[in-house]
Design a protein around this ligand. Structure first.
Ligand SMILES: C[S@@+](CC[C@H](N)C(=O)[O-])C[C@H]1O[C@@H](n2cnc3c(N)ncnc32)[C@H](O)[C@@H]1O
Length: 314
């Protein structure tokens, strides 16, 4: 079952204008997109992106009759150039990002995201290009593997796992998900595993997924273009599932609100501001309601932030 996280909250955050132009950067199975479309008139438009060809194929089939939706098989990191091609830069009413993996990506063993289902060790959201996890683990330096597991997975045993992977891979390469999951499980001390409810490979799989899909780089690239893409009053809504993602979004909004850091001791007669975004609402980090948590455990780690573009002062 596919469940759209913080659905009502994100629609409120977008503050939908029925005739507006909206962008869903992470279409998935179109849960959020479908609700946005319900709120749009015939004049409104929704452009949706997904790196995953299966998501786009699903959307083309399910929404084939809806001319208000255009689907792009591309990373949201490339949103600015796609919008420029459509002459929509600076004209967007709202951008939504619901980051991370979709349920179908986790559920289909062949995609190689799951440590519970045996499949090829792939984990690419866009499996039409780039390196799979299997290919990366075959050639990465030990320090690189350690860094990825440590930084993106906060894996305490990153150094040991990286060492063991490098020791084994030439003789017996890592090709399948369950092989890697079992290998990691055998490395982490049983005592440590008993203290956690999660599978021993959870952190490593998450880290490898973030790395192989350049998830944080894509987010940073998107944020760097947000002000240029939105119209004044346009909204940015981001739902994150990882503290590193949320930190990037939080710092971006904070830095935008703050504006350029000016040298001290320079008399400022009038402070003019370039266009920028500012946080919306009293509550800066919005979490799932108790009702939603009852229905969907994945919502537990979701954090939503909303920002609005402010025009330049002249
Ligand atoms: C959590 S799901 C989105 C679910 C969607 N909101 C729904 O309700 O059906 C995240 C989706 O974003 C896609 N995705 C992740 N990073 C992306 C990126 N940089 N560019 C485009 N799509 C991305 C994934 O392939 C996945 O389909």
């Amino acid at each position: 079952m596919h469940y759209s996280v913080l659905l009502q909250e994100s629609l409120l955050g977008l503050s939908i204008n029925a005739d507006g132009f909206y962008v869903d950067g992470t279409f998935g199975r179109g849960g959020h997109s479908a609700e946005v479309l319900k709120l749009l008139s015939d004049q409104g438009h929704l452009m949706a992106f997904d790196k995953d060809a299966d998501a786009i194929a699903f959307g083309r089939e399910k929404f084939s009759d809806d001319k208000r939706l255009s689907l792009q098989h591309a990373s949201f990191a490339d949103m600015k150039s796609v919008l420029a091609e459509h002459n929509m830069l600076g004209k967007v009413d709202g951008i939504l990002l619901d980051l991370g993996v979709s349920s179908p990506q986790l559920d289909v063993a062949d995609r190689g995201f799951s440590f519970l289902r045996d499949g090829p060790l792939d984990m690419r959201m866009d499996n039409s290009s780039g390196q799979t996890v299997a290919q990366w683990l075959a050639i990465a330096e030990r320090w690189e593997i350690k860094k990825v597991l440590h930084v993106y997975g906060e894996e305490k045993f990153a150094a040991l796992i990286a060492k063991k992977i490098v020791e084994r891979r030439d003789e017996h390469p890592f090709i399948t998900t369950l092989d890697l999951a079992d290998f990691i499980e055998a490395i982490i001390p049983k005592k440590v595993q008993m203290q956690s409810k999660k599978h021993a490979a959870t952190r490593s799989f998450q880290a490898l997924r973030i790395h192989i899909n350049k998830e944080l780089e894509d987010l940073e690239n998107l944020l760097a273009d947000v002000v240029e893409m939105l119209k004044p009053g346009g909204r940015l809504v981001v739902i994150s599932f990882h503290s590193l993602e949320d930190r990037i979004v939080k710092h971006f909004i904070r830095d935008q609100e703050r504006g350029p850091i000016l040298p001290r001791n320079i008399p400022i007669i009038e402070l003019k501001r370039d266009e920028h975004v500012k946080s919306v609402g009293k509550k800066k980090a919005i979490k799932a309601s108790i009702d939603e948590l009852d229905e969907n455990i994945r919502s537990r780690s979701a954090v939503m932030r909303v920002a609005e573009k402010v025009a330049a002062t002249t």
